[in-house]
Design a protein around this ligand. Structure first.
Ligand SMILES: [Ca+2]
Ligand SMILES: [Ca+2]
Length: 91
């Protein structure tokens, strides 16, 4: 990889700022939502429907945001946490 530097600090600064803004915007869009069992980047009642089969089968969601307490197991505590988070957020 080759680094390219610009002699004009104003141009270099503007270009750098634009890149930073894009990275910040993309970063916000990609923020994980703990309890997002259906991996749609939101926390809604649909996550309840998604987490129940995971409890029954012992499988994990593709995005692995279903384990709300971080114990490595999807169980009733995760279901309770998803319910609490949905009601806390007013969903
Ligand atoms: Ca979701
Ligand atoms: Ca868990």
């Amino acid at each position: 990889m080759t680094a390219t530097f610009c002699d004009d600090p104003d141009t270099a600064f503007r270009g750098f700022s634009q890149i930073d803004w894009m990275e910040i915007t993309l970063g916000l869009l990609d923020m994980p939502v703990i309890g997002d069992a259906n991996c749609d980047r939101g926390l809604t009642a649909a996550d309840l429907a998604a987490v129940i089969p995971l409890i029954a089968t012992g499988e994990r969601s593709i995005c692995e945001l279903d384990d709300t307490d971080g114990d490595g197991v999807i169980d009733g505590r995760d279901l309770d946490n998803v319910i609490a988070a949905i009601f806390a957020g007013g969903a």
